[in-house]
Design a protein around this ligand. Structure first.
Ligand SMILES: Nc1ncnc2c1ncn2[C@@H]1O[C@H](COP(=O)(O)OP(=O)(O)OP(=O)(O)O)[C@@H](O)[C@H]1O
Ligand SMILES: [Mg+2]
Length: 399
């Protein structure tokens, strides 16, 4: 049995539908990350789970028990709020102890539990201070300690690390994971940072415009995005997208467009036959473009694209290279794209045109209209796959 089941959850505020038919399950001991752009409904989903907002429709179950009508305090939830919601007139100790005391935890347990939780987040030297005497990062760690000290049925985190510097963020991430593995309680962790989602989530739910676009492990979302939105949201730098048309070519298929003509992998020919002469978006992740002599596959004329190097950005382990496709025959500007390499590309490549092999076995194809993947084995969990039907996020997807 699942620890938490959310079925077709809807939250309608006046004219705004913040949560629009969200369904997911969380296994006992699972950490589910909810990730998506600002305003997509993450906080609202958590507040519905916590009982801080009444649902418009849909069901929330803890085990088999329907909790829709259960008061927040009787749901036994520990939550870290986006604005941490710590109480200004109480000391750090009292803030951390608050949830324990309100549940009548024995004193001795409070006396030992609070400093231990504070020590986990390295604020045990601050227990006597008031919140106004703390930095933003320290306040955030008070909120984390307060949630972690509790033995709750469900843990909810709303972007708890946004105010920490990079070093502390990694540290706190580890602490959350360690504690999670000790307690093995169902957890929903909200972030808009996809690398944090990848690092923490047993599974990740990608949300846009009030709907879950896809749920899966980080690898599933990355390798088999169900639609354009997920493909574009997961992965840095983002996937390159080209407007193309599928064409027959002897026994096989090619995609044509943007001044390119690339052979599709024979393994996808059958599935794509009915898309011949239809517009598609070709998705190529930056790491699937290779310098020919270093490519893990055979680079030929056919699977090569040429790009003019606009910018070389060194990364910790290699380079990110920003390029443009060559000008069209009528002098039209070539589309920009990005490639990442595990080697350092010297800046002498600037303004040079270089050939890159495209790993055609790894490319993605999306229906130009609906945005749905034409290759993903699994179909999207919910409808509304087209990112252009979203709000803010739509602007994030080029073309
Ligand atoms: N009480 C409310 N009344 C009306 N609209 C609301 C209310 N709360 C949230 N909304 C709207 O619902 C949408 C979802 O808000 P929510 O806070 O869930 O987003 P979010 O994904 O947490 O965003 P962020 O990453 O910025 O925190 C937004 O458009 C927001 O303006
Ligand atoms: Mg929020």
């Amino acid at each position: 049995m699942n620890a938490i089941t959310v079925d077709n959850l809807v939250k309608q505020f006046a004219e705004k539908r913040a949560v629009d038919g969200v369904s997911f399950e969380i296994a006992a001991g699972e950490l589910l990350v909810l990730v998506g752009p600002s305003g997509c409904g993450k906080t609202t989903t958590l507040r519905l789970l916590a009982g801080l907002e009444p649902v418009t429709s849909g069901e929330i179950r803890f085990g088999e028990r329907l909790v829709n009508e259960i008061r927040p305090r009787d749901r036994n939830i520990a939550m870290v709020f986006q604005d941490y919601a710590i109480l200004p007139h109480m000391t750090v100790f009292e803030n951390i102890a608050y949830g324990l005391r309100s549940r009548r935890t024995p004193r001795a347990e409070v006396r030992t539990g609070v400093p231990a939780a504070a020590a986990t987040f390295r604020i045990d030297h601050l227990l006597a201070r008031k919140p106004r005497q703390l930095s933003g990062g320290e306040r955030q760690r008070v909120a984390l300690s307060r949630a972690m000290v509790r033995d709750a049925a469900l843990y909810l985190y709303d972007e708890p690390l946004s105010n920490l510097d990079a070093q502390l963020r990694y540290q706190a991430r580890e602490d959350i994971l360690t504690l999670h593995r000790e307690k093995r309680r169902p957890t929903v962790y909200v972030t808009h940072d996809q690398s944090e989602a990848m690092a923490l989530g047993d599974r990740i739910a990608v949300m846009n415009a009030g709907r879950i676009q896809q749920i899966g492990t980080g690898a599933q979302l990355y390798d088999h995005p169900a639609n354009l939105f997920v493909a574009y949201f997961i992965g840095t730098p983002s996937i390159n997208l080209f407007d193309m048309v599928v064409r027959g070519d002897g026994d096989g298929l090619v995609v044509e467009g943007a001044g390119l003509r690339l052979p599709l992998d024979p393994s996808v020919t059958e599935r794509l036959r009915r898309h011949v002469d239809r517009p598609v978006k070709l998705g190529v992740r930056p790491e699937h473009l290779h310098v020919p002599r270093m490519a893990p596959f055979e680079v030929t004329e056919d699977n090569t694209v040429h790009g003019v190097v606009n910018l070389v950005e060194p990364t910790s382990s290699g380079s990110t290279v920003y390029l443009s496709l060559p000008e069209g025959p009528g002098g039209e500007e070539g589309q920009d794209f990005v490639a990442t390499f595990k080697v350092r590309v010297p800046s002498s490549y600037l303004d040079q045109e270089i050939p890159l092999g495209v790993d055609m076995a790894k490319v993605h194809l999306f229906d130009a209209e609906s945005g749905a993947s034409l290759l993903a084995a699994e179909r999207p969990v919910t409808a509304g796959a087209n990112p252009s039907s979203g709000q803010e996020a739509a602007g994030a997807v080029p073309g």
